[in-house]
Design a protein. Sequence first.
Length: 330
Amino acid sequence: MLRIYFTGDDIARTRIAAEPDPLWDLVLGLQMLRPQRGDLLFRGWRREACAAVRGAGLGGMLKLLLTLTPPVGYFPDFLNPAEAARGLEHGLEAIRSTPVPVLRRDLRRLAGGRLLPYETRGLAAGEPALLVALTDAMRACYELTVTPYRRSVESAWERDRRIRADALAGGGVEAMLAGLRPMMSWSAGELRVPGHRDQELHLNGRGLLLIPSYFCVSGPLTMLDPELRPVLVYPVERAPGALPSRDGDLPAALGALLGATRAAVLEAAAFRVSTTSELARRLGISPASASEHAAVLREAGLVSSHRDRNRVLHQATDLGRALLDASRHR
């Protein structure tokens, strides 16, 4: 059982992640390429994702990634750096910059009785070329196993975040934590996670970051290293019967009318209210480009924007949503 101990300061500093964490989704998705308990919803996804990954020609790097992410038990903490909260590329850069002592320690823990492939020796030594090849393979796997299902991922993530935010608004952090039953139980400053390996985590005033994850199915988990930023990753609250499904392509006619990128910005703004940086991160474009496209859509009456302190929030107007709906059903 995992036991997490809170002080008053920790309760005040506990929060929910502002965005899905791409590296947690990737690592847990790689685990899900192999069957595990509680994954009935993912059989169709696994069939499609395995076929896509096999066809990508990743060779030895795929074997290494699967070794680093066993379906049960420990996997290296260095695969999930805090920098990934800023986006996939920030997380991959942090992995490439992992200090050699940390690589050695985590891989030694992973070895713990199992035979690791020869490539892990170079990884433990921090060979730059191997770290680049590893993160290139991680990016490719993310684009094959997560990106095509982004709408399912973000819809479920948003639903879970609304549930937690409502509990927080109604009764504070303690009510939010209590609402995570039966995955975990809250009582008198202690959060207990049954089914987890035996571990104690003293927050000591650092607070706890809750990270809902679409690909987490076996139960909540955290880092092994107690010195790292305290996080608790847990399965998102799923709508009954929700299945992971591929995102549909934007209608060709809408792309021809607006341009493919501008049409994608409109769709992203219709999905939820987003900052310029969030639009850029979601679509893989620069913030300047996202701002420019949003401005054109705003001039056309398809998007509205307003300033909230030091950020600008964008959302599709009724006209913009109607255009998207009409183009999908023509």
